[in-house]
Design a protein around this ligand. Structure first.
Ligand code: PLP
Length: 399
């Protein structure tokens, strides 16, 4: 039995999503911009998806712009708002130090183009303080971008308070909600944000499709120019099958959200309690109270995370070290470093992220197998003097 505990990297397609996509591929091949029957059939698919995404967020369909995923939604939010506001002298951008690379590297690119950028620090549990934002924001700030939930540790940011500070200074507020959509109920009016990014493949929808919610009245420049799709905000013929899948995933998430959230929390807490009591020197990273219900990030004293990941994979258990984009690079997590954690704790951290397919039996198997694996790795490191990573790489070759 293989156990998948890497749902923050991506989730499997829900069967109803796959069915909707297959049907759209077979039957709805028309171009949604065409006025004839075939085009209008495809357009209906796109319209239904837009309504489902809007309903999941508590917004209106006209506020939803479809993109090729979370990365493009973040790019459109930051580049689109920065460009639209530059003429008014607002050339300052703020984001937190723990954002996904989709935000951080977009900010770096905008810095090279002449924008001034500021990164907000986080505390030891990964949270941005509203006071830190109040200290650095000024009347030239165009956009503040702070993620709703962090992909590595799951920590939730005080988005409502941060958005209020941004608005006091006339800045727009963007939140990357890629890791909270489908896991938590999102109430746009309570959050008070202007722009919100989401991605289909994080909540049992397809990869390569997502959306940016743009509050009515907020002006953005298009970053992908061409035809008049998406109300002139994102050109290009719509990916109808992917959007059909996104719509079904959003609808499913709306209906199952509260049941899933409480199930994820129960399983995650069981996993965490089992690991902490069964493995000495294990410590949870992030804020245990304010986080998405499916995520647990744990450091294992004296262990290299990559070795543990490989050892677990050999036992059929899939987890991750930090974010999917940086795993495999041995690059230390920028999130854990920003929290000021010691190097050893950063290098020994594993992310467990749960999803709809996980069961109590799976969680209990991880709780039973993990202590022996950790013990073996620690013994390996101690006995041979060579790194546990090298040991496990050899074990993998032999397997
Ligand atoms: N933002 C966050 C917080 C993420 O976790 C991810 C994906 O891991 C992205 C953005 C990028 O989304 P996508 O994979 O849809 O481009």
């Amino acid at each position: 039995m293989r156990i998948y505990l890497d749902h923050n990297a991506t989730t499997p397609l829900a069967p109803s999503v796959a069915d909707a996509m297959a049907q759209a591929m077979r039957e709805d091949f028309g171009n949604p911009s065409s006025v004839h029957y075939f085009g209008q059939r495809a357009k209906r698919r796109v319209d239904d998806a837009r309504s489902a995404v809007a309903a999941l967020l508590g917004g209106t369909p006209a506020e939803v712009v479809f993109t090729s995923g979370g990365t493009e939604a973040d790019n459109l939010a930051l580049r689109g708002a920065a460009e639209a506001r530059a003429a008014s002298g607002r050339r300052h951008l703020i984001a937190s130090a723990v954002e996904h690379e989709a935000v951080l590297n977009t900010l770096k690119a905008l810095t090279r183009l002449g924008w001034r950028t500021t990164l907000l620090p986080v505390d030891a549990s990964g949270i941005v303080s509203p006071a830190a934002l109040a200290d650095v924001i000024d009347d030239e700030t165009a956009v503040v971008s702070v993620m709703h939930a962090n992909n590595e540790i799951g920590t939730l940011q005080p988005v409502t308070d941060l958005a209020a500070i941004a608005h006091e200074h006339g800045a727009l507020f963007h939140t990357d909600a890629v890791q909270s959509t489908g896991k938590l109920s999102i109430d746009l009016s309570a959050l008070g944000v202007d722009l919100l990014s989401l991605s289909g493949h994080k909540f049992n929808g397809p990869k390569g499709v997502g959306a940016l919610w743009i509050r009515r009245g907020v002006r953005l420049s298009a970053i992908q120019t061409g035809g008049r799709h998406e109300r002139n905000r994102r050109a290009g013929t719509e990916n109808v099958p992917a959007l059909a899948g996104l719509g079904v995933a959003a609808d499913l998430a709306s209906r199952t959200l509260s049941e899933h959230a409480s199930r994820f929390a129960t399983l995650r807490d069981r996993l965490e309690a089992g690991i902490l009591s069964g493995v000495s020197g294990a410590v949870v990273n992030g804020d245990c109270a304010r986080r998405v219900p499916n995520t647990s990030n744990i450091s294992f004293d004296g262990i290299e995370a990559e070795s543990l990941l490989i050892a677990l994979d050999l036992e059929g258990i899939a987890v991750s070290t930090g974010s999917a984009c940086s795993s495999g690079t041995l690059e230390p997590s920028h999130v854990l470093r920003a929290m000021g954690l010691p190097h050893q704790r950063v290098q020994s951290s594993i992310r467990f992220s749960l999803g709809a397919g996980n069961t109590v039996e799976q969680i209990d198997r991880v709780i039973i197998e993990l202590p022996a694996i950790v013990r073996r790795l620690r013994d390996l490191t101690r006995a041979s003097g060579r790194s546990a990573a090298a040991g496990m790489a050899a074990a993998r070759r032999d397997a």
